[in-house]
Design a protein around this ligand. Structure first.
Ligand code: C5P
Length: 223
């Protein structure tokens, strides 16, 4: 049987904590990759640590949101880390997406849609008058046009995205306990896979508290 795929978000600036996360999430039931976000990537020794990681699926969550030239030069600047996946905000615009895709090489370029911490009310606050779902579908079409390799969206929008984007779909906003924290558009791991997510991104529900117990609960939940 195919294994469920999960990116564990290594959100810490502490090398020891990240080592602990990696060590305690090794298991044979799931296919695990590791996601490094802005906190770890900008920490004092984060870059060096990633450069020494061997035989792991690694995801650089840079969430680039910039002009084409800066997106391109940033992707080139981190190419020595040989990320398997790297993110760019689709709101950077079609030219930035196309330019980034041209230089991303073997690294799969992931387009990030509307953050899972935002809802319709938050979008209004920042001046967008359309609903989350209609912007996400528009962004998915743009990702397709720019030939991106994957999309990040909420597990609630997978069905919608699948209609216009045929490659990998990666979903954060996963909760298998009641602590939503800052996330707004969440579903459980089971629901996310049922909707068609290829990869889930899970951070705090695994990394906070007892990592091994959390992972066991997740595996049981998925049975
Ligand atoms: O702790 P939690 O499970 O909420 O972590 C989710 C991870 O996914 C975080 O590292 C966050 O930066 C990332 N992410 C997200 N929503 C997006 C894109 C990335 O939560 N739209």
């Amino acid at each position: 049987m195919k294994k469920n795929k999960i990116f564990v978000a290594c959100d810490s600036n502490n090398i020891q904590k990240v080592k602990e996360i990696i060590q305690k999430t090794q298991n044979s039931k799931l296919k695990i990759g590791y996601k490094f976000g802005l906190e770890f990537l900008n920490s004092k020794n984060g870059r060096k640590f990633i450069s020494k990681l061997k035989n792991k699926i690694i995801f650089g969550d840079y969430k680039l949101a910039d002009i084409p030239n800066t997106c391109v030069s940033t992707i080139k600047a981190v190419s020595d880390l040989k990320f398997n996946y790297l993110t760019i905000h689709i709101s950077s615009g079609l030219n930035a997406l196309k330019a980034a895709k041209k230089v991303s090489g073997k690294t799969k370029l992931i387009g990030v849609t509307i953050l899972t911490s935002l809802d319709n009310k938050s979008l209004k606050e920042i001046g967008y008058n359309k609903a989350v779902k209609s912007i996400v579908i528009k962004q998915a079409k743009l990702a397709n046009k720019a030939k991106l390799d994957a999309i990040v969206c909420s597990p609630m929008e997978v069905n919608l995205v699948k209609k216009v984007f045929k490659k990998e779909i990666i979903t954060p906003g996963i909760r298998f306990n009641s602590k939503a924290g800052d996330q707004k558009r969440t579903l459980t791991p089971k629901q996310a896979y049922k909707n068609g997510s290829d990869w889930l991104v899970i951070g705090r529900p695994i990394t906070e508290g007892n990592i091994k117990n959390n992972l066991r609960n997740l595996i049981n939940h998925l049975k």
